[in-house]
Design a protein around this ligand. Structure first.
Ligand code: ADP
Ligand code: ADP
Length: 229
């Protein structure tokens, strides 16, 4: 698995307003890190830089030791599986949605890949089978069900890096706990960065980075951060 390094990253959407003000951190290969911080701190911005939707004005971002300034968005998308808060699904079957992006694999292939990736815990909670239509033409899935499909779609491709951007924060607590358990299991052998606004959802992280006004104000394990409060 690759490591992720931010080295003195400075970035602003407008030239005279910096959002990230010299951000440095390193996620060692295979570890699960989390980023918390108040709204507006720059958490989503950090995620966008990782995909090169924008490039930093100063500093560098390295994945597996390689400066991503020389890496295409396409290869970054292949290396990093992202689960956003509100995923958009296609008006097609659950199987199509989960298999999307794996080339022209059959439903059978998708299902067996899902089994291989230990995703059945996500999928067999879906009330109707793999062939059920997701969108407007068919069944309307609940927010939690949609998110399960979206997470499965990301994980079935086995991305070496997992980026969870408030992946469960729109869900009710019970659904959230359920999905977090699966995410925790599949993150174990991956490098992951989990953006969150509640500490309780990232208690299992190897390390939590606290972002404040574009800088790291603190970092530590869940227990260490609670001790400081
Ligand atoms: P967080 O995810 O921590 O809530 P964001 O990274 O979304 O923070 O936003 C950080 C700051 O950047 C905010 O002040 C926000 O208004 C600003 N911002 C975010 N996206 C844009 C954009 N596309 N253009 C201009 N400013 C933006
Ligand atoms: P959850 O209970 O997982 O948080 P939501 O609150 O998003 O789910 O959805 C509640 C109900 O609304 C679901 O049972 C679902 O049937 C319905 N629903 C969700 N999304 C849509 C949609 N886009 N159109 C119509 N109904 C929807």
């Amino acid at each position: 698995q690759p490591s992720i390094v931010f080295e003195n990253v400075v970035f602003g959407y407008e030239p005279d307003r910096r959002i990230l003000k010299g951000l440095s951190f390193a996620v060692p290969a295979g570890q699960n890190f989390a980023v918390v911080g108040p709204s507006g701190a720059g958490k989503s911005t950090l995620a966008r830089l990782l995909f090169r939707f924008y490039d930093p004005q100063e500093g560098r971002i390295l994945i597996d030791g390689q400066d991503i300034a020389g890496v295409t968005q396409e290869s970054l998308r292949a290396a990093i599986g992202i689960v956003p808060q509100d995923s958009v699904l296609f008006n097609d079957t659950i199987g199509y949605n989960i298999g999307y992006g794996r080339g022209d694999s059959t439903q059978e292939d998708v299902l067996s890949a899902a089994r291989g990736a230990a995703l059945m815990g996500l999928i067999d909670r879906l009330p109707q089978g793999f062939d059920t239509e997701v969108g407007e033409r068919g069944l309307k899935l609940s927010g939690g069900e949609k998110q399960r499909v979206a997470i499965a779609r990301t994980l079935v491709k086995n991305p070496p890096i997992l980026l969870l951007d408030e992946a469960t924060s729109a869900l009710d607590t019970r659904t959230e706990q359920d999905i977090l358990a699966t995410l925790h299991r599949v993150s174990e052998n991956r490098t992951s960065l989990s953006i969150a606004h509640r500490l309780s959802t990232i208690a299992d992280s190897d390390r939590i980075l606290v972002l404040n006004e574009g800088r790291l104000s603190e970092s530590g394990t869940h227990a260490e951060l609670l001790r400081h409060d």
